[in-house]
Each structure stands twice: as structure tokens, then as C-alpha cells.
Design a protein around this ligand. Sequence first.
Ligand code: ADP
Length: 637
Amino acid sequence: GSSVEVDPGVEVDEEIAEDDLLGGLRIDSTEDIEVPDRLVDQVIGQDEARDIIIKAAKQRRHVMMIGSPGTGKSMLAKAMSQLLPKEDLQDVLVYHNPDDGNEPKVRTVPAGKGDQIIDAHKEEARKRNQMRSILMWIIIAIVVGYAILTGSILLGILAAGIIWLIFRYTNRGTDAMVPNMIVNNGDQRVAPFEDATGAHAGALLGDVRHDPFQSGGMETPSHDRVEPGSIHKANKGVLFVDEINTLDIRTQQKLMTAIQEGEFAITGQSERSSGAMVQTEPVPCDFIMVAAGNLDAMENMHPALRNRIKGYGYEVYMDDTIEDTPEMRRKYARFIAQEVERDGRLPHFTDEAVEELILEAKRRSGRKNHLTLHFRSLGGLVRVAGDIARAEDRDHTTREDVLQAKERSRSIEQQLADDYIERRKDYELQVTEDGVEGRVNGLAVMGEDSGIMLPVMAEIAPAQGGGQVIATGKLQEMAEESVQNVSAIIKKFSDVDLSEKDIHIQFVQAGQQGVDGDSASITVATAVISALEDIPVDQSVAMTGSLSVRGDVLPVGGVTHKIEAAAKAGCSKVIIPAANEQDVMIEEEYEEMIEIIPCANISEVLDVALMGEPKKDSLVDRLKSITSTAFDQNQGT
Ligand code: ADP
């Protein structure tokens, strides 16, 4: 397509590129990487959005971008402004209207002309003022001279004062001649980019300031109180509005009018201010609108405005992740160079520091063979790491700095999870080497990126009526489903009829936070089987995984974070679904702390988690024979 491939201008070793975290890039630090000049070439990933921006810039179409924060929406909008022709730029001047002071006149001139006009007017005003003062002093001299001659000096001084005052306060007349340049593109080298995210009506649509002295020669002429809005400053350029739905409906309506008309008069926005009496002639606002938000925001925006943009422009979705290829990894290295350059004060990153960041981008993607496109938070990490190096006056940002930065820039959820673990240490929730019946260390993810260990306890009791699954809190549904799945398996090897039992399932210290239920179903199953068969569970083992009716362990999300949580909590083994094996991207420090055991079947899980042979062996053997292949054949009977 129209994408211009910019490889960082550094030697690339193609032989090792595939497996190399730097994609074969031969660099000592990010200093060796060339950053492209144009913003549009700095954008990483988002190929579709990029193509659309380029196309829309040519055709002057509006664009709507839908996607997660920090994926490059405003960056692309800004890049678009750099692609627009700058020859079209204009200056806008507001003049006093001698016929109606409350309706200032508006004139548009080519960019740069405005300054000349203002200068000419100022010069003329200065000359007039000069003439006026000369005139004033002549009159004063005559009056004072006459007074001295007639002997009434006091009267003379008084008269001189009055003359001075009259001249001083009729001076306004000359000020009114100088126009007010509300849009000045004289020094503008590219088409304007205006970010109107979160702007109130005045900032977006323009305003006329209140004048406390509305008469009596003290007032500021109305044209001088006119202030442009973002829509006017964005004339011939790009107006970017993120979270567009947060603009109030009336403002959205006015914005739509502005888009339709290509011009919009400025008036005072607060009703009781003297500015509200003033309304200028229409001021040009011929901008391209780039509206952004998440899907929710789009649905809540003014339908007419949305249709307008849709009908006259493009709509594009932003990607959250991108496939991990050597070329992409090289671009991520360039991303760091870009951020370092943009900041201007951060020391460049060593190759190892870059590798650690790319690893983090892989981890944050939460997807096999993908890299996250959430660049704002990644950029935050770059800055924190760079700041650490800078504070110590070092030439380069190192891997250590990146690791420390990660520690510092933990999300609220992570800090909460750590806090949990801290607090738990005060109670009896520590990991032990013992075996406990019916108690399993589950793992969950809080927020987006924080693992937490979440013990599950199961207890079996004779049913009072029909057998029930009783779980704490919101996890009832999940518990029921897990038990249902495991009961199909239990039926095959146990004499116990689950329908005659009440199964109590307790999630120890599960907060109200979003604990993802599905990934705990092998945990619940293990707890139930342990309680049912009176076989203890090894408390130094933690686990995550989803369970199918056939006893297969199915993949889950967030394994990396969960493994790290298990390691932090002091577990020595962690069970994960075999299908998740490739998603594991834990940090080195954890690798020695914990053994990762991939399991494909519940029998393998129990083999690792249960203690106390020979009871356990016999159970696992029975299970093996009925789950998986054997299970299929038994199914029909
Ligand atoms: P959004 O508008 O989607 O919330 P921004 O465009 O403001 O995100 O992104 C914030 C910063 O993150 C940018 O200024 C840039 O430094 C970096 N960034 C975001 N997306 C990308 C991208 N696709 N490629 C390179 N850098 C990016």
C-alpha cells in the first residue's frame, strides 16, 4: 500500500533475526537508530489507520478512530496535519465595526499578511497618538502661559489637568483602529493541529471576554475581547477530539453546524456576561475533523454528528496488538529511539534495555506471538527507566533501569495485589509444604496485568434436600459450572453420587474485583475431588486452567502474570494448561523460583497436586483410564 518502510538505517543480521529479540538489529544503543522525520512514518503498526489518514488527508475527509487509549489516535491525527498543504493557511483578523460595536468585522488574509496589517495599523496609531500628544502639550502650554500672565496659576494647573484627562480617556478611539488577530499562521510551518479533547464550549467554539467597564471610556473595544475557538485555530488543518461523547449535546450540535458551514461566528459563551451581546461576522473554520473514542463513546455521541462524519469520511478501528515478527521488533527498538528523542533528556537505551522492553511488549500483549500496541504506557515505561538513569547521571539506560521502572510503574491493580500478598503474610495464608484436603491454590488476574493467588476450599456435606453447589459471592455461577464439568468425570470413577451432596466452595479472600471465573475451573475440580476422596492437596502447588467435560485442560488468559503471582506467593510449582505453554513470558528472576508444569488433562493435574500415595496413584490411574480417549468410548454407554 502507501506505507513507506523505514528500517532504522542500521545493519540487520538476517541470519539470527527470527529468534533475536532485536530482530537481528546490530546496535549498541538506540542512539544508532535513525528516527524518521515525518510523524506518519514514526507510527508503528496500525497500517489500516495509517493508510486511511494518508488517503483522508489527500481528499480532505473526516475520520473517526475507534480504539483503546494510547494506541496512536492523536499521533495519527497530528501526522495528518503534517500531510496537508500549508499554502492554504490563513490569518484571521477581527476589526472594530464603526456601525455596530457589538458586531465586529472579520477579515481573512493569507498567512503572514496579518502581522503586516497589524504593524501598519499600530504604526498609524502611534503616529496619531504622537500628533495628539503634541497637540495636547501645545494646548496645555497655551493655557498655563495665559494663566501665568493673568496671575491665576492654580486655575491654570487645574485646567491643564483637565485637558490631560480628556486626552487620556478619549485615547481609546485610536486603539479601536488596531484589529485583533485571532488566528496567526505567520510562523506556522505545517497545517495546524488542534487537540480539543475535553474542551469546554468556549475553548472549542470561541468566546468573547466579559468587560467589567462597559462604558465611560474605560471599556475594551469588543473586537479586542474576541477569542478564537479550537475550530477556528484548526482552520485548514486538523481538529482532533478524543472522547467525543463527553462534549455536551448542544456543543456537539454547534460543532456539526461548524462542519457543515465551514465558518462559525464567535459570541460570548456565558449568558450573563457582556460578551454575550457581541457576535462577530462568521469566522472561517474549514478543518478536517478526527474524532476518537472507544466503541462505547461512539455509540453515545450525537447520532447526527456521527452520521455526518461517517457519511463524509472514514471510520477505522485501532488494533490492540500486532503479530510479533523480526521487522516489528526492530520497529519497537525504533519506538524507544523515538521516545528518547522526543523527550530530549533521557539517556539512550542499551541493546539489553531494548530487549527487556520488547519482552515487556510481548508480555503485555497477552497473546501468543504478539506485541502490544498500547504505546502510551510503554512510552511511560521508557520515560521512567530513562529518568532513573538520568538521575544517576549515566550515559545509557540499562536493563536494570527498565526492570526497576517496571517495578515503579505498577498499575493500581498490581499494587493492590501486592498489598494483598503482604497482608496475607500476616495471617495463615502462607504457602506451606503440607497437604490439605479440599484446599487448592488457584490463580487469577486482577485488572489487566496483575496476578494474584486465590485459594479455593471445597467441603462436601450430605445434602439437606437435593444436592447443591454453594459458593461465595459472585462466583456462584462459575462454581456451579466447574462442579458440573467435574461431576461428569467423577461419575465415572467414584461411587459417590454428587446429587446427594452439598458442595460448599469458598474462595478465600476473593475481593469484589473481577476475578475471571473460567480459569479457575481446574482449581475447583481439584478441590472437590480432594475433598470427596479425602486426599490432601500439596499446598506448594498453584494452578490455573479451564476444564472441559471430557477432562481436558483448556487454555486461559494471563498465564504469565499468574505464574509470577504464584512465585511471589512462595509456591514451588505451578500448573498451567499445556496449550498456554508458549504464552509464558515470565521474567528471569522468577524462572528459578518456580517450576512450571504444563498439563493437558485433569489426571495430570491431580498427579502433580495430590499427595499421599497409594490412594492418590490409584485415583490418578482410574482417572487416566476414563478421561480423554477412554472417556469418548464410555460416553455412549
Ligand atoms: P491515543 O490518542 O490513541 O490515546 P496517542 O496518539 O496520544 O494515543 O499516543 C500517546 C503516545 O504514545 C504518542 O505520543 C506516541 O509517543 C506513542 N504512540 C502511540 N501509538 C503509537 C504508534 N502506533 N506508534 C508509535 N508510537 C505510538
